[in-house]
Design a protein around this ligand. Structure first.
Ligand SMILES: [Zn+2]
Length: 465
């Protein structure tokens, strides 16, 4: 099966055809750093992580950009209340975001551009849009003239008859009902305090939508492969990104738009007033580890509404221990008779089902089912000592390759230290010329997918891909 994703732009499943062969360029709308992120935000980043890791598994060279919105209406409002400078205020939330990101085993993006560091590019885009007849100025603010962009509404399926020419909306977030000209650049107002930039288009600050258009194209080019985000960003944010980027360049902005559904908690919309609003740290405090949260968040299809429950977390913990036990039991298995092709058959089936499922718009349930069926088959054979050592190594290799996509064997606590400890023991054994021990440690680590490299700066290790 060919790799295919559901494109929100065409509302169809489409084969993934990268612009440059073998490369995938992805942009994800990152956090607005005025608050600690909740698990719903991380659900979106989690399926983005699955997408990225699976593309890498399929040998794509991935470039991933995620912006940090460190200037918008909400940030100004809340930073003013604290009396801190903008960067002092956002720093806390940026640090917390990265901490949670690592706790959940998410692979870092290649670039995390900050809006406040790309003001020049935003000013240039406003100027370009004015030049192209798509933007106009009112009292020092600049607005996008949506009636002048004929494709406005293609993503959100907006009936152009509802456009309200000449009406303007200044807030960064607004409802679908107000399909009005939106602010690209906001002139300084007294309430903004000392938050402004002196630029060629005046004193002010960028609108939220403009930030993503400028930063995505700066790092990925005027047209790129995939743009991801939560469904709540589809309108107006992503619709406006298209209008800005295509209005400025005259080229198609993004080939494939992918949107994930909302997360609800115990069947209800997550909200602070209902007391069901959770950050990653809230859940860690309840005794669940990052990898358990990861398992739960990744295990439901990105386009299905996901019901986050504590029962679900307990079930995730159980599945995860079946998964990790399989590795550890296999690692200590000494090997028996050759299976006579049974292992090879089971491996081929597992690999095919795993890939077919993920090729099908990231069908994670199918991929997990393929793995757990495989685990069951191999456990049965193992109980009968029915495969040999070489087959065991093949099984581990396959499982390790699946794990490059799932990343269930990372642990925010412990594992890396354990590896370092073994490496130190091996170094000591080598110094004592005890090569039996040093070789054994190397082989044991290799069986766990850890490759050691002796370099001039000492021993380095990496996980096998
Ligand atoms: Zn965005």
């Amino acid at each position: 099966m060919a790799l295919q994703f559901r494109n929100s732009l065409t509302k169809k499943l489409e084969e993934f055809k990268p612009i440059e062969s073998g490369k995938a360029k992805i942009y994800t709308c990152g956090p607005t750093v005025y608050n600690y992120l909740h698990i719903g935000n991380f659900k979106t980043f989690m399926w983005g992580d699955l997408l990225k890791r699976y593309l890498k598994y399929q040998n794509y060279e991935v470039t991933h950009v995620m912006n940090l919105t460190d200037i918008d209406d909400k940030i100004i409002r809340d930073s003013q209340k604290t009396g801190k400078s903008l960067s002092e205020f956002t720093r806390v939330y940026i640090d917390s975001f990265f901490e949670d990101y690592d706790t959940l085993g998410l692979e870092r993006a290649d670039f995390y551009p900050k809006a406040t560091e790309h003001i020049d590019g935003m000013v240039q885009m406003v100027q370009k849009l004015v030049e192209n007849g798509l933007a106009y100025e009112v009292d020092g603010s600049y607005y996008y003239k949506i009636e002048a962009f004929k494709d406005y509404g293609q993503l959100a399926n907006i009936d152009r008859d509802n456009l309200k020419p000449g009406e303007r909306v200044s807030s960064d977030e607004y409802e679908k009902e107000s399909i009005s000209d939106f602010a690209l650049w906001k002139a300084w107002e007294e309430t903004d305090g000392d938050i402004f930039w002196e630029t060629e288009i005046g004193k002010g600050r960028p609108g939220w939508h403009l930030e993503c258009s400028v930063m995505s194209m700066k790092y990925l080019g005027e047209t790129f492969d995939i743009h991801t985000g939560g469904i709540d960003l589809l309108f107006p944010h992503h619709e406006n990104e298209i209008a800005q980027s295509e209005g400025a360049t005259g080229k198609k902005f993004v080939n494939c738009w992918m949107h994930g559904e909302h997360l609800i908690v115990e069947g209800k919309k997550m909200s602070k007033s209902l007391g069901n609003y959770y950050t990653v740290k809230d859940i860690l405090d309840k005794g669940y580890s990052g990898v358990v949260i990861r398992y739960l968040l990744i295990s439901s299809h990105y386009r299905h509404q996901f019901n986050f429950t504590f029962k679900g977390l307990d079930a995730a913990r159980e599945s995860l221990s079946r998964y990790t036990d399989f590795f550890s039991n296999l690692e200590s298995y000494k090997g028996g008779n050759n299976s006579g092709g049974k292992v090879a058959d089971a491996m081929a089936t597992a690999k095919m089902k795993f890939e077919d499922s993920l090729d099908d718009d990231l069908n994670i349930s199918g991929a997990l089912a393929a793995i757990f069926d495989f685990i069951k088959t191999i456990n049965r054979l193992k109980d009968e000592d029915n495969f040999d050592f070489a087959e065991k190594i093949d099984i581990l290799e396959l499982m390790n390759s699946f794990d490059t996509v799932l990343n269930f064997r990372f642990s925010s606590e412990g594992i890396d230290e354990e590896i370092e400890k073994l490496i130190a023991q091996r170094t000591e054994a080598k110094a004592n010329k005890d090569f039996t021990v040093s070789d054994k440690i190397r082989d044991d680590l290799l069986a766990q997918g850890i490759i050691l490299e002796d370099t001039r700066d000492g021993v380095k290790w990496k996980r096998k891909i």
